[in-house]
Design a protein around this ligand. Structure first.
Ligand code: ATP
Ligand code: MG
Length: 579
C-alpha cells in the first residue's frame, strides 16, 4: 500500500480541537515562532491503535502548522526494552504516513540528565536517600495524610554530591539508595512528595551498554528531554495530568535555557541545542470496546499463545491491524472522527470498522472470489468454451480502468447462493430457477447432482446466450445476481476469515471474576480454501480488494504469493455485530 501523501497535503477541513486552538494562539501571540512536538514511546512493546491517536496528533500538529515532530524513544527502563520494538515502532510511524524531524533516545541525554541532577543537588533541591523502597512507601503518606520527611533529607550538599557520584560509579547495590527531589512531603499532590529522580540499576542498556549503573526516572527524564529538544507543546494522555506540577518543577528548577553548560554533552554527540520551556497538555486516551489495549495484555496474549504473534491480524497492535488490511487512511480517519478532548469515552468498534469500509469502498479494486465453492456446469457451452470478459475495477472510479476475467463452461459459485428449499424472499438460485451470473448472463438450474449422502455436489444449468448485459434478453425480470469464478482459470487461495478477538464489549472488566482470556471469541479465525480470479491472485502483498458480495480482503503481507495466494478478511461488507 504505497501512501504518497501525508495528512498535511490532503485537502481536509481545518481541525479545531482545544490543543490546536492553543497552538494557534501561541503562534498568533508570538509566544512561539515555530511549533515543535514529539512522540515518546517506550520501546517495551509494539504500538497499538491507541498510539495511532497520539501519533496523528503529535505528527499531525507539527505538519499542519509547519513545525517539526521528533520521534523519541523513552529508553530509561533498560530491563524491559528490546531493539525489535524500536524497529517496529519506526515502521509503524512511517506506515501511518509520518516522518520524524529527528530520531532521538532519552539515552542520548543521559549525560545531560546527570549534570542536571548534580545541579539540583548543588542548589539544595535534591538529596540522596537511603530509605528502602518499603520505607519510602511508608513515609510517602496517603491522599488524606501528608508524608513524613526522610531522615536523609537534610544531608549537606557535599555529602549528597559525594554519594551521588558514588552511585554513578557503581559502588552501591540496586535499590539501596535513590536520588530524590527535595520538594514538599506535605503536598496535596503525592507526585510532589520528594519523588525519586534516579535509581540504582545494574542493568545493561541497549544503547549505552554498561556505562550507567543508575537510570533517571520517567518524570525527570521526560520533562528534561522535552526541554532539551525545544519541544513547545508536549502532548500526552490524561493520566499524566497529576504529574504536570512535577514536570514543570523539573523544567523550571533545572532551567536548561539559563544554564547552557548543562547542555555541553550534546555538542560531543553532534546534537543541536534548542533548549526551551515546554508546555505539557493532556488529552483523553483512545478507548475502543471489544479490544484490550494495554501493552501488558497484548504481551500476554502473545506470550500465552492465545494469538499467533504480535502481528496476528486479530491483534490491536498497529502491526496486527496492518496485516489485517487496515489502511493508514482508515486509522487517520478514525482519529479525526473521534476528535481530541479531555473527555474520557469508549468508541464503539463499529466506528473503527466503518472507517475502514469507508476508505476501502472508495479505493479498493473489486474482484471475484468464491470462499465456499460449489461447481456449476453450463451444459449448453462447449467443453472448451473460453472467453475473456471485461469488468471495471471499481464501479465508481473509472480511473481504475478495466480488467479481464476469464469465463468458461465450469464455474465455482458460492454454496450459499443455492437453496433447494428457499426461504421466503429468496432471490438467488433454486432448482429450475434463474439468477444472473455477474457480467455473464442469466443461468437456469436444470439439474442438482448429489452424492450418496444427499449433499449437493454440483449444479448443471443452461446459460441464456441472449442475456449478456446490454443484450435485449438481459432485460428480463431476474432479481438475484451472484458472483463466480471460472473453475479452469481460478487460483486456489487460502482465505483467512477473521472476526473480533473478543466476544464482549469490556474484555478488561474483571468484576465477575473473569479475565479477558475468558472472553476470547473462538470463531475469531477460520481458515478456508477458496478460489480467486487470476487478477486477484497476482496482487502484491498488502493490496486490498473488495471481493464482491463477500467483504474486504487484503493479500497477506508475509504469506501471499501469486501461485499460492493468501487473503485475510479485513472487514465484512456490513456490520454483523449491530443490535
Ligand atoms: P500502554 O499504557 O497502553 O501500555 P503506554 O502509555 O505505556 O501504553 P507509551 O509508549 O508510554 O505507552 O506511549 C507513548 C505515547 O502514546 C504516550 O504519549 C501516551 O500518552 C500515548 N498513548 C498511549 N496509549 C494511548 C491511547 N490509548 N490513546 C492515546 N494515546 C495513547
Ligand atoms: Mg507509558
Amino acid at each position: 500500500m504505497s501512501e504518497a501523501t501525508t495528512p498535511a497535503t490532503e485537502a481536509v477541513p481545518e481541525k479545531r480541537d482545544f490543543i490546536r486552538q492553543i497552538v494557534r494562539e501561541d503562534l498568533a501571540s508570538g509566544k512561539h515562532t515555530a511549533i515543535k512536538t514529539r512522540f515518546p514511546p517506550e520501546p517495551n512493546g509494539y504500538l497499538h491503535i491507541g498510539h495511532a491517536k497520539a501519533i496523528c496528533l503529535d505528527f499531525g500538529i507539527a505538519a499542519e502548522f509547519g513545525g517539526r515532530c521528533n520521534l523519541r524513544f523513552d529508553d530509561t527502563n533498560p530491563a524491559k526494552e528490546d531493539p525489535e520494538f524500536v524497529r517496529a515502532i519506526q515502521d509503524d510511524v512511517r506506515w501511518l504516513g509520518f516522518e520524524w524531524a529527528s530520531l532521538r533516545h532519552a539515552s542520548d541525554y543521559f549525560e545531560v540528565y546527570y549534570l542536571a541532577a548534580e545541579k539540583l543537588i548543588k542548589d539544595g533541591k535534591a538529596y540522596v536517600c537511603d530509605l528502602s523502597p518499603e520505607e519510602v512507601r511508608a513515609y510517602r503518606g496517603t491522599l488524606t495524610e501528608p508524608g513524613r520527611e526522610s531522615p536523609y533529607r537534610n544531608r549537606s550538599v557535599e555529602e549528597n554530591l559525594d554519594l551521588f557520584r558514588r552511585m554513578r560509579a557503581g559502588e552501591f547495590p540496586d535499590g539501596s539508595r535513590t536520588l530524590r527531589a527535595r520538594i514538599d512531603m506535605a503536598s496535596g499532590n503525592i507526585n510532589m512528595r520528594d519523588p525519586a529522580l534516579y535509581r540504582i540499576k545494574h542493568v545493561e542498556h541497549q544503547n549505552t551498554g554498561n556505562a550507567w549503573p543508575i537510570y533517571p526516572m520517567y518524570d525527570f527524564a521526560h520533562s528534561l528531554g522535552d526541554a532539551i529538544e525545544g519541544i513547545t507543546h508536549s502532548l500526552c494522555t490524561l493520566e499524566f495530568e497529576d504529574h504536570r506540577p512535577l514536570y514543570d518543577w523539573c523544567v523550571d528548577n533545572v532551567d536548561l535555557a539559563g544554564h547552557p553548560e548543562l547542555l555541553e554533552p550534546l555538542k560531543a554527540k553532534g546534537l543541536p541545542i534548542e533548549a526551551a520551556k515546554p508546555r505539557q497538555i493532556e488529552f483523553s486516551r483512545l478507548n475502543i470496546n471489544y479490544t484490550v489495549m494495554s501493552k501488558r495484555k497484548l504481551t500476554q496474549l502473545v506470550a500465552e499463545g492465545l494469538v499467533d504473534g504480535w502481528d496476528d491480524p486479530r491483534m490491536y497492535t498497529l502491526q496486527g491491524l496492518r496485516r489485517r488490511g487496515y489502511t493508514p487512511a482508515a486509522l487517520r480517519l478514525l482519529v479525526d472522527r473521534v476528535g481530541i478532548s479531555k473527555q474520557n469515552s469508549v468508541i464503539d468498534f463499529s466506528v473503527l470498522e466503518g472507517c475502514l469500509r469507508e476508505d476501502l469502498d472508495a479505493t479498493a479494486p473489486r474482484r471475484m472470489a468464491v470462499i465456499d465453492p460449489l461447481k456449476l456446469v453450463l451444459t449448453n457451452l462447449a467443453e472448451d468454451h473460453e472467453e475473456s470478459l471485461s469488468f471495471p475495477n471499481h464501479p465508481k472510479d473509472e480511473a481504475q480502468g478495466q480488467r479481464q476475467v476469464p469465463f468458461s463452461r465450469e464455474l465455482w459459485i458460492e454454496r450459499e447462493d443455492f437453496a433447494e428449499v428457499p426461504p421466503k424472499g429468496w432471490k438467488r438460485l433454486v432448482p429450475g430457477g434463474e439468477a444472473r451470473l455477474r457480467g455473464a448472463g442469466i443461468v437456469r438450474i436444470d439439474e442438482v447432482v448429489k452424492d450418496e449422502a444427499g449433499n449437493v455436489v454440483e449444479l448443471r444449468g443452461w446459460l441464456d446466450p441472449e442475456s449478456r448485459p446490454g443484450m435485449e434478453g438481459a432485460n428480463r425480470k431476474v432479481k438475484g445476481t451472484i458472483h463466480w469464478v471460472s473453475a479452469r482459470h481460478a487460483v486456489a487461495a487460502e482465505i483467512r476469515l477473521y472476526d473480533r478477538l473478543f466476544l464482549v464489549e469490556k474484555p478488561d472488566d474483571e468484576s465477575d471474576g473473569k479475565t479477558y482470556r475468558d472472553h476470547l471469541n473462538p470463531d475469531s479465525k477460520k481458515i478456508v480454501r477458496g478460489w480467486v480470479e487470476p487478477a486477484a491472485a497476482g496482487a502484491a502483498p498488502e493490496q486490498s480488494f473488495q471481493f464482491e458480495r463477500t467483504g474486504y480482503f487484503v493479500a497477506d503481507r508475509y504469506d501471499h504469493r501469486a501461485d499460492a495466494p493468501v487473503f485475510n478478511r479485513s472487514v465484512t461488507l456490513r456490520d454483523t455485530w449491530a443490535g
